[in-house]
Ligand binder design. Sequence first.
Ligand code: SAH
Length: 240
Amino acid sequence: MLVPLGRRSCTDEELRRRKRELLEALRREGVIRSERVYRAMLSVPREEFVPPELRCHAYDDNPLPIGCGQTISAPHMVAMMCEEARLEPGHKVLEVGTGSGYHAAVMAEIVAPRDQPRERWGRVVTIERIPELAERARRTLERLGYADRVKVVVGDGSLGYEPEAPYDRIVVTAAAPDIPRPLLEQLKPGGIMVIPVGDRYLQYLYVVVKREDGSVEARPVTSCLFVPLIGEYGWKEKGV
Ligand code: SAH
């Protein structure tokens, strides 16, 4: 994989400045629309979720490699998905595709804000098919104080995660050929799912709303490019 060349060391002060600049730019561009998402992204240190040699690039608005052929999504995509999911404190969220754990941490800051009493906390359940990534994400999340707000499980997330269902929100961070039926079933009536759907080379990010009567409405919001969702209701093999 092509690793961006650049500086290998930078101060915490510099990272803080670059983070502010990035978040301000995303706000100006209308990608970040709520104070909730802004504050959540401000409080999560993305540099702790990327490989150490890419630390200085943590606040470039790009996906970055995280090993095992996978990537951490670009900050604008994380922001957009959080906004479109309309996350609220108290929500129980399923994330499919833990990767580095970064997106799960951002969502945890929204559904279970540190400054609110624990009784009002929601939770993020995140599922990853590659055990090595899941383990690394679990350790990072624990080290940064997310252990009681984020649960990391290993498995095929195209099947959802039945033991914790139903969910207020489902956020899928890998590209599916279609909307997996088990995910629709595990979404609460009135719930929202955000999911990239398409082929290997181009997808659209869909916002899927499950109405109270169980009917479903799916609306594309932007084109995007994610790594494939591999599993029973995803692609059968890597690289299809
Ligand atoms: N949200 C992540 C980025 C995810 S990249 C972050 O913040 O870093 C997509 C991830 O989905 C990859 O780690 C990939 O291994 C995982 N994945 C692909 N198919 C999956 C499946 N069926 N179930 C669970 N995880 C899957």
